[in-house]
Design a protein around this ligand. Sequence first.
Ligand SMILES: Cc1ncc(COP(=O)(O)O)c(C=O)c1O
Length: 230
Amino acid sequence: MLARLFNAPEDCDFIGTSTLSSSETIMLGILAHKWTWREQRKKEGKDYSNPNIVMGADVHVVWEKFAKYFDVELRMAPIQKDHYTLSVNKVKGHIDENTIAVGVVLGTTFTGQIDQIQEINDLLMDVKKEKGWDIPIHEDGASSAFIIPFLDPDFKWDFRLEHVRSINASGHKYGLVYPGVGWLVFKDKKCLSDDLVFEVNYLGGFIPTFNLNFSKGNSMIIVQYYNLLR
Ligand SMILES: Cc1ncc(COP(=O)(O)O)c(C=O)c1O
């Protein structure tokens, strides 16, 4: 349902997971991109010791946590006095072959504004053509991924953009559920290395798990499902 809401093309082999929050979701999303980047670098016989992540200073603190907890260089573009979002020019000056992903925000925590998503996607398409670096975008839709698709369905922020490979949304910011439920959707299974998914056999059935937490309540998922169906 969410992959369709986020306009995944018909032929996409999407995959996702539910979490306790967007914080967990963002960490998992970028971790997957770190894995993909590293596997590709290994395949090419290139150095993979210095991954970096590029974002604007308008991001939620979880992005900084990710860089610290998962040992990735934080490249945070400063915001300006009269411009509070990440612009394409800032991204241009920060990316290189070691960039595991660019983080963009759909509705920042501070002003509710949106980063220059389409322009950043176009830049990354050009960079791929010119230099061969295939840099994914992880879209932090914590606050707005359940709002923009209804308010402005023609606004292209989602899987319609080639480089948007993963999106997170906070279920609890959609309303009518308590914290916590977060959602992570990858545009394609290829973005999520099998190496990160644990097949566990507890209580008689195999369950694939890609989460930082293990036990959690299902009530928020069920309530959200009910709301989405209605
Ligand atoms: C843009 C943005 N990203 C991430 C988060 C973190 O979400 P959560 O509180 O679900 O961990 C928030 C809000 O708290 C947010 O506003």
